[in-house]
Design a protein around this ligand. Structure first.
Ligand code: ARG
Length: 588
């Protein structure tokens, strides 16, 4: 189905042509004076020079052609030459009925679906998840859902950080504590135990301890680097321990992501591409791209047009060790060989922007990707506390994701039991659902690249541009619909009617923007467009609701039209919150 702006523009173009002007001039946009009109066309102004004619005269010619148009209820040519437009309520009703009758509200699948990989989440094994990882998970999940809804094949990959020094640190600390463990017995040739020699909470304590020790004690750090080296070179006992670390950590991560309603198709990690590195390095050398500089192996990636310094991409350190770079490049190689995506989108902290610029350039230069493969960096800003500094615990430490979620759940729970008496269990469940909307909407309603202030009070408020506000609206609609049913109404039998009043029309106009919104949200990888769209809908709905006695309306046709409008509003809101990655409770 065509977006409403295109349908209206089509009608306007016909009128320009019929009046003897270039059809191209008939482009219609949303009004920037909503007090005067709903849409506008500035084509007459654009044509003035070409036709050597006052714009208002052109506008008047076009206005005449639009007399009796089924699309417009009002066309006003106003000085200096604007065409102010209001669309016909019955045209609007027909458009929405068509939307309601089509799958995905008329959103067509692309002629050729793209295969898109999204690299998001990016937690580091054995290190606790912190709020920095929260943004990647929330934004990436929504970007994935939007692209999928737009009709593309989308594969989300968590890209675990599971191959770096943190692994060596943990192994070293384990050895300090339990040197008798069979994993450290070099002569051992038997099978290693199936049970891990630690729990997740032990693991989470071990890493920070080891990390702190290594900062103070160079010998300890040396040991950890050696352990990392041995692990990467396949020493059996170390690999076995590493497997335990991964398993314990991943099952914990899975629980955490499940709570966030974030779901990955692939649980690959940096380690998965370890074996691909030697061949990749050889190819880079053979191609004449990689060379030794100060002992390290590098690829130049600067370009003549650069306005800032882009340092070479380091592939191997002077001791032959691989880096974060190396695993990212090898991962691109593997993805291109096994999955062949048309595009890879990275949802990572924007402070890694330069890093990804280097990686992308290096991948292109060395032919790891095809020239037409899209590599996109979607960098997000920092989540700050109310003091404007990166979000911390009250004690000033790094806030753990779990504690943060628990805190919001509690705030939400308090609000819910304040409002009404619901059974404890239900209140807890509802609090979780609503709290998730608060966190996700609070994040996604900002343009991803911007920093934002994490304000629990504001995010959990049921008023304003928040997740809970959207959910309250949705629950309100659902409750009207169920009352309608209880009173004997049949929601299957209702049909939209042309709007009889302004608030109703305003809501219909907002809903009609769905296809345009989707085009932008997908095209610009911009979940905040979904938020802005539903916020406007929620406002328009609430205004309509306060002005209208829906259930007590005597005129059956009117009432049926309103119920149909509520159904469409509910369906669109539900679809949109699903694109954002949260859902609504039955009641609140
Ligand atoms: N593990 C990394 C971190 O915590 C993020 C990974 C981002 N993705 C990637 N392909 N490098 O900073």
């Amino acid at each position: 189905m065509e977006k409403i702006l295109d349908v209206i523009s089509g009608e306007m173009q016909k009128a320009f042509q019929a009046a003897g002007y270039d059809a191209e001039l008939g482009k219609v946009t949303l009004s920037n004076r909503p007090d005067l009109c709903e849409y506008q066309c500035n084509g007459a102004m654009a044509g003035a020079k070409r036709y050597k004619k006052a714009p208002i005269l052109i506008a008047k010619d076009v206005e005449k052609e639009l007399e009796g148009s089924p699309v417009f209820a009002e066309v006003g040519a106003v000085p200096p030459g604007f065409l102010n437009l209001k669309i016909s309520p019955s045209f609007l009703k027909d458009y929405l009925s068509q939307m309601a009758g089509e799958p995905k509200f008329g959103l067509e699948n692309p002629k050729k679906a793209k295969k898109i990989m999204i690299d998001y989440g990016g937690p580091n094994v054995a290190k606790p998840l912190h709020v920095g990882h929260l943004r990647s998970a929330i934004i990436g999940e929504s970007v994935k859902r939007i692209a999928r809804y737009a009709g593309h094949e989308v594969i989300g990959d968590i890209h675990l950080g599971d191959w770096g020094l943190q692994m060596g640190l943990i192994i070293t600390e384990l050895q300090e504590r339990n040197p008798e463990l069979v994993y450290f017995d070099e002569g051992f040739a038997g099978e290693y135990p199936k049970e891990a020699p630690f729990t997740i909470s032990e693991l989470e304590e071990i890493y920070p301890t080891a990390s702190a020790k290594s900062k103070e004690d160079p010998a300890y750090k040396e040991k950890a680097m050696d352990a990392t080296f041995k692990l990467q070179n396949g020493v059996r006992g170390y690999r076995a321990l590493w497997n335990h670390i991964i398993n314990v950590s991943v099952s914990d991560l899975k629980q955490n992501y499940e709570k966030l309603d974030v779901d990955f198709d692939l649980w690959k990690g940096e380690s998965d591409v370890h074996d691909l590195i030697p061949a990749m390095v050889e190819e880079m050398k053979a191609g004449g791209y990689a060379y030794i500089s100060e002992g390290a192996l590098v690829v130049d990636v600067k370009e003549e047009t650069d306005t800032r310094e882009i340092p070479p991409c380091m592939i191997l350190k002077s001791d032959g060790a691989s880096l974060y770079n190396t695993t990212d490049l090898a991962t691109i190689k593997e993805r291109m060989e096994k999955i062949k995506p048309d595009e890879i989108i990275y949802v990572v902290d924007k402070r890694q922007e330069l890093y990804f610029e280097q990686v992308f350039r290096c991948a292109r230069k060395t032919g790891l990707v095809r020239p037409e493969t899209g590599l996109k960096f979607l960098g997000f800003g920092t989540m700050n506390g109310k003091d404007g500094k990166p979000f911390k615990t009250r004690e000033g430490g790094v806030m753990r994701l779990e504690s943060l979620i628990a805190e919001i759940n509690d705030v939400m729970y308090e609000k819910i039991i304040q409002n009404r008496s619901v059974p404890e269990e239900e209140a807890r469940k509802t609090a979780q659902v609503v709290a998730l909307s608060a966190v996700k909407y609070g994040d996604l309603s900002n343009q991803a690249s911007k920093d934002y202030i994490f304000d629990i009070e504001r995010f959990t408020s049921s008023e304003g541009d928040t997740g809970p506000y959207i959910l309250y609206t949705l629950v309100r609609i659902k409750s009207i619909l169920s009352k309608y049913k209880e009173n004997g109404g049949n929601p299957e039998a209702v049909s939209l009617q042309p709007a009889s009043g302004e608030p109703e029309k305003a809501l219909m106009l907002e809903l009609a923007g769905f296809l345009g919104m989707m085009e932008n949200a997908y095209g610009e990888t911009a979940p905040h467009k979904v938020c802005a769209y539903i916020y406007n809908i929620a406002n328009a709905f609430n205004h309509f609701y306060h002005e209208t006695k829906i259930l007590t309306e005597e005129e059956e046709e009117k009432k049926s039209g309103w119920i149909a409008l509520l159904l469409l509003t509910r369906d669109i809101l539900e679809t949109c919150i699903d694109l954002l990655g949260f859902s609504a409770p039955e009641r609140m």
